[in-house]
Ligand binder design. Structure first.
Ligand code: S3P
Length: 171
């Protein structure tokens, strides 16, 4: 296993980035950071509170600041991004400049939407199916820019995906 490599996991809300990152960190014995968690700890507020109170633009600024902090933690090899992080050109540049390999967890909309609907995590940018669908469609071409694409099929567990990534990206 090549544990020198650092990867950033991207993909739409509900695709399972955080769970895959957790399994990868276990499989590779590497440190991971969940960007949303880092933001919540540093801001002392939930992501939804930030977006609801201050708007998406303020959230994106905070997100980029925390992305920089995460990228500068050189002992962290696995970074789980928020669903919108990779869609910002500045963030993509930062991720590349820090030598991180980007991995897109690709899935169909219904799979993501079902996870969003039944999750306890509040997602202000996916309040209803039609707005989430529009965002999903608009983002596909940006997620496509990631270095690696892994298709998340409904019969695969997040552990299966993590194992695939470990074998293919870190081999
Ligand atoms: C967002 C995704 C969320 C969170 C915020 C915005 C997005 O993270 O960062 O609500 O713009 O797609 P998850 O992808 O983990 O749900």
């Amino acid at each position: 296993m090549n544990c020198e490599k650092r990867i950033a996991l991207t993909g739409f809300m509900g695709v399972g980035k955080s769970s895959v990152a957790r399994h990868l960190s276990y499989l590779l014995r590497c440190q991971k950071i969940d960007l949303d968690t880092l933001i919540e700890v540093s801001e002392h507020r939930r992501i939804a509170e930030i977006i609801n109170a201050d708007g998406e633009a303020v959230f994106r600024r905070i997100e980029t600041e925390n992305l920089k902090r995460a990228l500068n933690k050189t002992d962290v090899r696995i970074l789980s991004l928020g669903g919108g992080t990779w869609t910002m050109a500045e963030n993509r540049d930062l991720i590349r400049e820090h030598g991180m390999t980007s991995v897109w967890l690709e899935s169909n909309f219904n799979h993501c939407w079902n996870n969003i609907r039944f999750s306890r995590k509040e997602r202000p940018l996916a309040r209803n199916k039609s707005s989430a669908r529009k965002l999903f469609d608009a983002r596909q071409e940006l997620y496509c820019l990631a270095d690696w694409h892994f298709i998340v099929k409904p019969d695969l567990t997040s552990f299966d995906i993590a194992r695939q990534i470990a074998e293919e990206v870190f081999s």
